[in-house]
Design a protein around this ligand. Structure first.
Ligand code: ATP
Length: 339
């Protein structure tokens, strides 16, 4: 039968968003507002979060459930980024924040792969569609950037250069498919703690007064004597990444492997020395390039093929240095309504 003028509202909307790996991550010194100016290249990979938003009775408010690996360590209250995303859409549109959210996790939690940001991006799109709010891509991106620096990229997907806090994006054209394997650890690393250690190691930590005094007392130049400390807030130089761009455009995994770089890696290794062994095993297994993903502790290794990815995975597993091993390909698409 046809002839209905108004379709009944969908009872639920499901949105899929990808996790990411930073192919390059360069960080400047901490700015006064607490953020680090970044120059990064994100690649979305085929590990997906899925957020389902379902209508509930008016006045119910937001409810949240989570499933999937590591679901037990995900917060179920208003600190969850998906919850905050639903509230942001309601706040922006003047609608009531009545929705049941369900997250199915497919990205390691606190692994440096932006799973929480992917949930925020998915919840923005899902609530917008469920409530028929009609927000533009631009509005969703602006709301996302307020929730977290990695949220706009989870909306966009594929491969992109990120500047600012990582939230100002320029898409990068790539050819072909890259094969990744991820070494996931049981216990995550908090992004702020890794940046704090990065500041300490680079001698720009504001809390390094003691170190400064000790250095001066010992007759050494203190942090203030270093050029990068005086230049807090300097922008990282993206000019080093021409080789990476050429590799991406050519679909050349060997050249991509050589161009991988993460300024936060030393800090993550300092906090988790055992990650050094994870990197070493990947190199012994012939990876084209391995690095700590974002703020870690997940280690990403680039493989020649799916078969090679499985070989690196097997090497990690048999060495007993990982909690689990996940394979994926990149680039992967950004936020998509799947149901
Ligand atoms: P990033 O790479 O952006 O730093 P990450 O992948 O290291 O992120 P997430 O999994 O996004 O880390 O989450 C980090 C912390 O944020 C978790 O330990 C958790 O306390 C909190 N959190 C808030 N919302 C979520 C969510 N939806 N999923 C997982 N963790 C969340």
């Amino acid at each position: 039968m046809s002839g209905h003028l108004h379709a009944a509202p969908e009872p639920s909307v499901t949105v899929r968003t990808p996790g990411k790996v930073n192919l390059v991550l360069r960080s400047g010194a901490r700015r006064d507002d607490g953020y680090h100016p970044l120059s990064t290249v994100f690649q979305a990979v085929s590990l997906f979060e899925e957020v389902t938003a379902t209508h509930v009775a008016p006045g119910t408010g937001i409810t949240l459930t989570v499933s999937g690996p590591q679901a037990d360590v995900v917060p179920l209250d208003e600190t969850n980024l998906a919850w905050r995303a639903a509230r942001a859409v309601a706040g922006h549109t003047g609608m009531d924040a009545d929705v049941a959210l369900h997250i199915h996790k497919g990205v390691p939690v606190a692994g440096g792969m932006a799973g929480g940001s992917a949930d925020a991006a998915a919840a923005l799109v899902a609530c917008d569609a469920l409530w028929d709010a009609g927000l533009s891509r631009h509005e969703l991106t602006m709301l996302g950037a307020e929730l977290g620096a990695d949220v706009p990229f989870a909306l966009l997907g594929h491969t992109a250069v990120g500047t600012g806090r990582g939230d100002v994006l320029t898409p990068v054209l790539t050819r072909g498919e890259f094969h990744w394997v991820f070494a996931v650890q049981d216990e995550g690393l908090s992004t702020p703690s890794v940046f704090a250690r990065f500041d300490e190691l680079s001698g720009t930590a504001p809390a390094a007064d003691h170190a400064e005094a000790a250095a001066v007392a010992a007759g050494r130049p203190g942090a203030a004597g270093r050029p990068d400390a005086a230049d807090a807030g300097r922008r990282p130089d993206p000019g080093d990444d021409a080789g990476l761009m050429t590799a991406l455009r050519a679909g050349d995994p060997t050249a991509l492997g050589e161009a991988l770089h993460n300024d936060l890696q030393a800090a993550a290794l300092d906090l988790r020395p055992e990650l050094g062994r994870v990197l070493e095993i990947a190199r012994d297994a012939g990876t084209l390039g391995a690095l700590v993903s974002g703020s870690g502790p997940t280690v990403a290794a680039l493989a020649r093929s799916r078969r090679h990815a499985l070989a690196i995975a097997a090497a990690w597993t048999s060495a007993g240095v990982v909690a689990s091993v996940w394979t994926a390909t990149g680039p992967a698409p950004g936020a998509r309504i799947t149901g």
